[in-house]
Design a protein around this ligand. Structure first.
Ligand code: 4NP
Length: 150
């Protein structure tokens, strides 16, 4: 079993969208028993809260199945149990590297690294552009899935 954890600042917008979109890809490829998908926050801001209604609305519009989720901050056990930890922007990566046990630092990647790009999955928290988040994630998630399969 391989495990990927998507991480953003609050775990209510970008990373739960990534989790649900990746779960759909995993299910479509019949890989449920091989690949586990989770999401976490770097911060404590939204712990216990449900995903943003704008994120849920966008996922529904795109026919991505909605999975029950409440925001959680990443823990040292998460760093240990994951094979891949994927942050959305540069600050996520700075925070994750600061929080990670040294042995797990190499698991941390920024989402657009999949396309050899420095681009970031922009935060929709301020401008509510959840459609942009969906399209950005749709560009990179299939590549991360291929990496998990190999
Ligand atoms: P996310 O978006 O990191 O994509 O979940 C945010 C959620 C909450 C906050 C900022 C960004 N906040 O400041 O509470």
């Amino acid at each position: 079993m391989k495990k990927v954890i998507f991480v953003c600042l609050g775990n209510i917008c970008r990373s739960p969208m990534a989790e649900m979109m990746m779960k759909q890809l995993v299910e479509q490829q019949g890989l449920d028993s091989e690949i586990k998908v989770e999401s976490r926050a770097t911060s404590t801001y939204e712990i216990g809260n449900s995903p943003h209604l704008g994120a849920i609305a966008e996922l529904k519009k795109q026919n991505v199945p909605i999975v029950r989720h409440t925001a959680q901050q990443i823990t040292s056990q998460d760093f240990d149990s994951a094979d891949l930890i994927i942050g959305m922007d540069k600050q996520n990566i700075v925070d994750l590297k600061q929080m990670a046990p040294a042995a797990d630092e190499s698991k941390i990647h920024m989402a657009y690294e999949a396309l050899n790009s420095n681009a970031v999955i922009e935060d929709p928290w301020y401008d509510h552009k959840f459609n942009r988040t969906y399209h950005q994630l749709a560009e990179v998630l299939p590549i991360w899935l291929e990496k998990l399969k190999s």
